[in-house]
Write a protein that binds this ligand. Structure first.
Ligand code: LLP
Length: 389
């Protein structure tokens, strides 16, 4: 294989031969991230579940499985994908406020590791379905600890205004019920306060809240087998080359140091973005460069249907021109072809002089990129290409 790379380190052969737009995944970055997770969780009390919603591409799931991670799932489709990838059902957690009956049946039938329960009616339905199947479902209660993760409001999940989890004042009632129901086995507590969290402060507050609950229930004779702290660790969207790996050590140590886990108690995580975010790049081609009265637009052949994050969350992704090496730079808005004004990848982006036919890279797109792609405007879904050196 031709080993030449362009000035941003992308393989020339792939750039020349792949029709755009496509997701380019650097498996070396993914494997390094997974190796780092394995190094940090080598002790038996710690298990990371990969949040499949971040990227359910079968090649990615294969890497996750081969590195021995569990899976965090939010739908029957994701349960099936994780089973197909060969991830053991015992290493699966299943969250979501709206689990349907068939999805619950699928989880019970396969004896998944844990249902993260988000309401009393859901708890009752899981008990009923498991009873009809002559099984017992493992469950954890998802607690809404009312902690603000200080991230974008669309990806905050742990405050009292969010639909997720059970609020602290109702917890006692739910736990009492869970202990009584014959077809559920209460394994633990689950938390997830939001996504793209870059400060450890919200996680420290979360540890303090969890410690209080662990102490309180221990006094009542309830010892949880698992404490699942969810995911949410952020990545450096501004500097993917300087920080290809997330701050996993800082994240995991925050919990190891601040949580008062009991002997034998398992510490679980559900990480998505931090595992796959930096290994993916959306590569597209410039169709036109267009000048309006106040703006210069670079119009590319990828759009919000391929990567919706900038349109939906005003998310910032670094953009490079992979073709032009001119010293002279110009300010452009990099936009897609979709008939929506929010179909913009970057506002006022400084790029070398850009022309029709140039290749453009939109970085840090491995998480919530391909998995959120749609066919709006009857567009095709983007291709994906995997590379390792
Ligand atoms: N666990 C639960 C229960 C979750 O809801 C999520 C993400 C995760 C774990 C994984 O979180 P992560 O480690 O990836 O931050 N589409 C948005 C992000 C939505 C996150 C939804 N829940 C985005 O593109 O920023």
């Amino acid at each position: 294989m031709d080993k030449r790379v362009n000035h941003h380190g992308f393989p020339m052969e792939i750039l020349q031969q792949t029709p755009t737009p496509f997701y380019y995944y650097d498996l070396d970055v993914l494997r390094k991230t997974l190796d780092e997770i394995n190094r940090l969780t080598a002790d038996e009390c710690c298990l990371v579940h990969y949040a499949v919603k971040a990227n359910g591409n079968p090649h990615i799931l294969k890497e996750i499985k081969s590195h021995g991670l569990g899976a965090d799932l939010v739908s029957g489709g994701e349960i099936k994908a994780a089973l197909e990838a060969g991830i053991p059902a015992s290493m699966m957690t299943y969250s979501g406020v709206g689990k349907t009956d068939w999805e619950i049946r699928l989880g019970v039938e396969n004896e998944i590791g844990c249902f993260n329960v988000e309401s009393i009616p859901e708890l009752e339905v899981i008990n009923e379905i498991a009873g009809l199947m002559d099984k017992t479902a493992n469950i954890a209660i998802r607690v809404n600890p009312d902690i603000d993760a200080h991230t974008h409001k669309y990806i905050t999940t742990g405050t009292a205004d969010n639909k997720f989890g059970i609020c602290l004042e109702d917890l006692e009632q739910v736990i009492t019920l869970a202990m009584k129901l014959p077809h559920v086995h209460l394994k633990g507590l689950h938390f997830h306060i939001g996504s793209q969290i870059v400060e450890m402060k919200p996680y420290e507050m979360l540890c303090d809240a969890a410690n209080k609950l662990i102490d309180n229930y221990e006094r009542q004779g309830i010892n949880f087998e698992t404490i699942n702290m969810g995911g949410g660790l952020g990545i450096d969207y501004g500097h993917p080359d300087e920080h290809p790996l997330p701050e996993l050590e800082r994240f995991i140590n925050t919990f190891k140091q601040r949580l008062n886990l009991r002997a034998g108690q398992q510490l679980h995580f559900e990480l998505g973005r931090s595992i796959v975010g930096q290994c993916g790049t959306l590569i597209c081609r410039v169709l036109y460069v267009k000048e309006n009265r106040n703006k210069r637009f670079v119009i590319v052949d990828a759009g919000m249907t391929d990567l919706i994050r900038p349109a939906l969350y005003e998310a910032h992704h670094l953009v490079h021109n992979l073709t032009s090496r001119q010293d002279e730079v110009e300010t452009y808005d990099v936009v897609g072809p979709v008939c929506e004004s929010t179909d913009v990848f970057a506002h006022d982006c400084r790029l070398p002089i850009t022309r029709r036919g140039d290749l453009i890279a939109i970085r840090s797109a491995g998480a919530y990129g391909e998995s959120m792609a749609s066919t709006y405007n009857m567009r095709a879904l983007p291709l994906s290409i995997f590379h390792s050196r």
